[in-house]
Design a protein around this ligand. Structure first.
Ligand code: SF4
Length: 428
């Protein structure tokens, strides 16, 4: 019968075995008062367990193995951390456990005590035929409330992990939230493909410099396009030539050096998504908004947050250009609603959450989750797969949680640590 030690941990943790008339390998009666705290770090598998053997109560650690002989194979014999083990829980008891001190550790064998049905469900879930995820035949049948609670937990895990990057950047920016937000917003304006050059651009051009020129859109655009490296070389149209002159002066004043132009990618992008257009939109946003993060922390309505991005007006030069000096058919270059949603999901929701965490203010954490609840679900390969499996994805709260679930649980078959997996195993 093939299963992993994790499965046996799971069986012990949730007492999913026949507990009637338990005996140790010495034939003494055994009662489990507490299975202990699961320890996923080094050392025994469960801490602070309590058991009664014969008439005597014991408190200490429990170690779990597939076979009793694994104790030796895993090198516990010479490890003092295992001295306080009061019970060895094994599937197969193939040898008694005697510590180097000479103390014999009582062993409980679980073979014949784990229900076949539990084995079947486990094997089917983790090792069965699957196209998308291990539990694909069962996930759509999970109770809505259980699913919602589990997705909430997974989503919070995702935001907590992503907040670490915010905290690190905040430390580098000496606690300046606005500067940190500006850098993250810039990176997200790159929409994955151009995230790196956008991020490098923001880091090379502190917001404080842009703030000094907020009243002059041309200078802000010159600083942004110049730092991006798009004002190098010969340019023909009036607009870029003027930008070039401005940048020439400002770059000397602030001792600025442009980033490498080759980092910008145009290939496989639709012209409205060209980095030149994104830079024009980013510049317009900088010109039109002061202390953007402070504003965002105050705005409660999703429609008002959207308006911050929807109302930006790029320089009219871009109405009939996608690149400098190449004229194109006239088309307004506002940010589209799906692009705005991506910015709200990846930057605003993240910063509301991170700000709430840092300042221990649940209010902002709740607003982050509420914002995601009010944004449409993302469409990508992962969400499409879950829809094929019969899930209805109502909003970005759920699509973000499902991304995390797929990437950090399903892909690693962590079904025993998953709320969906627990439900399938214990109560199906
Ligand atoms: S991790 Fe959870 S959702 Fe993913 S396959 Fe396993 S049980 Fe299903």
């Amino acid at each position: 019968m093939f299963f992993t030690e994790d499965f046996l941990h799971y069986v012990w943790k949730f007492r999913l075995f026949d507990r009637k008339d338990l005996l140790t390998d010495d034939g003494e009666t055994l009662e489990i008062l507490s299975v202990g705290m699961h320890n996923t770090d080094s050392g025994p598998d469960f801490h602070n367990a309590r058991i009664r053997i014969g008439g005597t109560e014991w408190a200490g650690n429990v170690e779990v193995h597939l076979s009793a002989s694994d104790w030796q194979k895993h090198g516990h014999t010479t490890d003092n951390a295992y001295e306080n083990v009061i019970l060895h829980v094994v599937y197969r008891n193939d040898e008694p456990l005697i510590l180097s001190s000479g103390r014999k550790v009582p062993t409980l064998q679980l073979k014949d005590r784990v229900p076949d049905e539990l084995f079947d469900r486990y094997r089917q879930m983790v090792f069965g035929n699957q196209r998308i995820i291990p539990c694909e035949g069962s996930i759509a049948g999970i109770d809505g409330l259980i699913m919602h609670n589990w997705l909430t937990r997974v989503l919070v895990e995702r935001l907590e992990k992503r907040s670490i990057a915010v905290t690190d950047a905040l430390a580098l920016n000496r606690g300046d939230w606005e500067e940190t937000f500006y850098q993250f917003l810039a990176a997200n304006f790159g929409f994955k493909i151009n995230a790196l050059p956008f991020e490098l651009l923001a880091k090379s051009l502190p917001q404080i410099i842009l703030a000094k020129h907020k009243n002059n859109a041309m200078q802000v655009e010159a600083l942004i396009f110049g730092q991006a490296g798009f004002l190098n070389g010969e340019l023909k149209d009036d607009y870029p030539v003027k930008l070039q002159k401005e940048y020439d002066f400002l770059s000397k004043k602030y001792n600025l050096k442009p980033i490498e132009t080759h980092l910008w990618k145009f290939m496989r992008l639709r012209p409205p998504n060209f980095p030149t257009i994104r830079l024009a939109q980013f510049a317009a946003l900088i010109v039109q908004s002061n202390h953007l993060l402070s504003k965002i922390l105050e705005i409660k309505e999703v429609s008002s947050l959207r308006a911050l991005f929807a109302d930006i007006k790029v320089n009219e030069y871009w109405n009939n250009h996608y690149k400098f000096d190449i004229e194109s058919k006239p088309l307004a270059k506002n940010l589209g609603s799906s692009s705005i949603d991506i910015l709200l999901i990846n930057t605003l929701a993240l910063f509301l959450f991170s700000y709430g965490k840092q300042h221990q203010q649940q209010y902002f954490i709740s607003r982050s989750l509420k914002l995601l609840e009010n944004l449409p679900a993302e469409q990508n390969n992962i969400t499409e797969d879950f829809i094929i499996l019969g899930l209805k994805i109502n909003n970005a709260f759920e699509s973000q949680a499902l991304l995390e679930l797929k990437n950090n649980y399903c892909n690693y078959k962590k079904c025993l640590q998953c709320g969906v997996g627990n439900k399938i195993l214990k109560l199906a």
